[in-house]
Design a protein around this ligand. Structure first.
Ligand code: ZN
Length: 127
């Protein structure tokens, strides 16, 4: 049957974490990548031979990307970024509501999940 890994603590093991990180980065790339391409090609038309982008320019550049995203994409991007933050902070896979672990199965389906199933149900009921 299902082999339940005896994880004593509420974290996810490093290997799984790395895998989720990959999935999230790929998703991020998918959301941003397309827009970046459009932006890049429009930029190429206007200017020639500008090599280094300074921090400020990079910021504007990022802002431009964000602006050209649809509302949905922006929300998705935010969720992905938050999940990546949680991976960095070591809080990935921990429910924001009750502090308990989010089941790996749920994370498989929805890597950006920040609530465990019981809490999600409770929150959705409350809406
Ligand atoms: Zn919870």
């Amino acid at each position: 049957m299902v082999k339940e890994q005896a994880e004593s603590k509420k974290g996810i093991d490093k290997k799984t974490l790395a895998r989720f990180k990959k999935i999230l980065l790929k998703e991020r790339e998918e959301i941003v990548g397309e827009v970046k391409q459009i932006y890049e090609s429009s930029k190429e038309m206007g200017q020639d031979g500008i090599q280094d982008i300074g921090d400020e320019a990079a910021n504007i550049y990022n802002k431009q990307i964000l602006l050209s995203l649809t509302e949905n994409e922006r929300i998705r991007l935010q969720e992905v970024d938050e999940a990546l933050d949680r991976i960095e902070n070591g809080t990935y896979g921990i429910c924001e509501e009750c502090g308990g672990p989010i089941s790996p199965k749920r994370l498989e389906v929805r890597p950006v999940a920040k609530y465990c199933v019981p809490c999600l149900m409770k929150l959705e009921k409350g809406k």
